[in-house]
Design a protein around this ligand. Structure first.
Ligand SMILES: [Zn+2]
Length: 349
C-alpha cells in the first residue's frame, strides 16, 4: 500500500508540474480537464505554431482555438470540412499537382474542435460505456485534428469515392505517389508504419499534417521519421545522453525512449535540459512493471525502463517548479508490451 500511495503522490506531482501541457498518459483518468489550467500559459504571440506537437501526451497548446483561422468547404460526399487557412491553400496546390498525374483526392475530415471531440466522447460513453469509449475515441484536447493542420485524405478512383480505411489501404502505389509530393507543399506523413509506440497510432496513409515549412518537411520525409523523432532528436541535439548497456533493450529502442522523453519535456516551459541517462536494467523489476500496469489500468506491460534527467528551471519558476533550481535525477518511466516498443508512462520524483 505504501508503494501505491507514494506512486500516487508522484503522479499528482508529475501532473501538476506539466498541467498546462499534459493530463498524463492514462486514458481512463476522466475528470482531468484536458484544457484546464491553473499555470500561466506560455506567452502566445499572434498566430499558431505550425510545428506544434499534439499527440496522446501533448495536448493542443493554450490559446490555439482563439488564434486559429480556418476555411470551410463541402467535399464530394457532401460533408462540411474545416481546415486551417494556410493548410487549405497548400492542400489545393497539392491536389492540383496530383491531378496532373491522374490522382484524385478529397478531404474526409480535417479540423475538429475540442468541444466536438467532447461531444463524440460523451456519445460513445452513453452508447457503449466508458471502457470502450476511452479505448476508441481520442481524449478531447489530445487529437491532432484539433489543430486544423491534420488532414484526412480519401481517394476518388474512376469517379468513385473511396472513403473507408479498409478500402483505402488497398491502393499502396497511389499513396506512395501522394506521399512523394507532400513535402513540396509543406506537408508530412504523420503516422508511419512501425512507429505506433512513438505516435500512439498505427499506419495511416491518409493522415497528413501541414507544417508550413517545405525544407523541414523534406528533411522529415527524406529521413522517414515521425514529427516526434524530428522534434526530439534533430531539433534538440545538444543534450548529454547516456544509454549505458542493456540486456533488454537495443540502443535504438533506448534512443526512441529518449525521443519521447524529450518531446514531453518540451512542455516544461522555460526549463533547460542538461542530461538524460538510462537508469540500467536493474530497475526492470516486477514491482515496477506492476506499477506501470496500475497507472494505465491494464495488465499490458511486460517490461519497463527508467531514465533519469537533470534539468534547470527558469528564474521565474512556476506554480510547481522552484525558480532557478537544478533538478537532479528526475525520473521518467517507460514500459512495453511483449511485442511492442517502449511507451512513456509517467514522470516526476
Ligand atoms: Zn486523421
Amino acid at each position: 500500500m505504501k508503494k501505491i500511495t507514494a506512486l500516487m503522490i508522484t503522479l499528482i506531482m508529475a501532473m501538476a508540474l506539466v498541467l498546462t501541457a499534459c493530463g498524463g498518459k492514462k486514458d481512463s483518468d476522466s475528470g482531468e480537464p484536458a484544457q484546464g489550467s491553473s499555470v500561466a500559459p506560455a506567452p502566445q504571440t499572434s498566430g499558431i505554431d505550425y510545428m506544434a506537437l499534439v499527440n496522446k501526451l501533448n495536448p493542443l497548446p493554450d490559446g490555439w482555438e482563439e488564434a486559429l483561422e480556418t476555411v470551410h468547404f463541402t467535399n464530394t460526399v457532401g460533408d462540411d470540412v474545416e481546415v486551417e487557412k494556410k493548410a487549405y491553400d497548400a492542400y489545393l496546390e497539392l491536389k492540383a499537382e496530383l491531378e496532373k498525374e491522374g490522382i484524385y483526392v478529397d478531404l474526409d475530415s480535417a479540423r475538429r474542435s475540442v468541444a466536438d471531440q467532447e461531444r463524440i466522447m460523451n456519445d460513445f460513453i452513453e452508447k457503449y460505456g466508458q471502457d470502450y469509449a476511452f479505448k476508441t475515441v481520442a481524449k478531447p484536447g489530445y487529437s491532432e485534428h484539433h489543430t486544423g493542420l491534420a488532414l484526412n485524405l480519401y481517394l476518388i478512383i474512376d469517379g468513385q469515392d473511396i472513403v473507408e480505411n479498409e478500402d483505402m489501404v488497398q491502393y499502396p502505389e497511389i499513396w506512395a505517389k501522394i506521399h512523394a509530393k507532400l513535402a513540396d507543399h509543406g506537408f508530412i506523413l504523420r503516422y508511419l508504419e512501425g512507429r505506433e509506440h512513438l505516435t500512439g497510432y498505427g499506419y495511416e496513409p491518409w493522415h497528413i499534417r501541414y507544417i508550413d515549412d517545405v525544407a523541414t518537411a523534406k528533411e522529415i520525409m527524406e529521413k522517414d521519421i515521425t514529427l516526434e523523432e524530428y522534434l526530439g532528436t534533430v531539433k534538440s541535439a545538444d543534450v548529454t545522453i547516456e544509454l549505458g548497456d542493456s540486456d533488454y533493450y537495443t540502443e535504438e529502442e533506448l534512443m526512441e525512449a529518449v525521443v519521447q522523453i524529450k518531446c514531453k519535456f518540451a512542455s516544461f516551459s522555460g526549463c533547460e535540459l542538461h542530461s538524460i541517462r538510462y537508469a540500467g536494467d536493474e530497475t526492470n523489476l516486477e514491482t515496477n512493471i506492476a506499477r506501470m500496469n496500475a497507472i494505465v489500468g491494464e495488465d499490458k506491460y511486460a517490461e519497463c525502463a527508467e531514465f533519469l534527467m537533470d534539468f534547470h528551471t527558469p528564474p521565474e519558476g512556476s506554480d510547481t517548479l522552484k525558480p532557478d533550481e537544478e533538478y537532479k535525477d528526475y525520473q521518467w518511466w517507460l514500459a512495453r508490451e511483449a511485442d511492442g516498443g517502449l511507451e512513456l508512462v509517467t514522470w516526476g520524483y
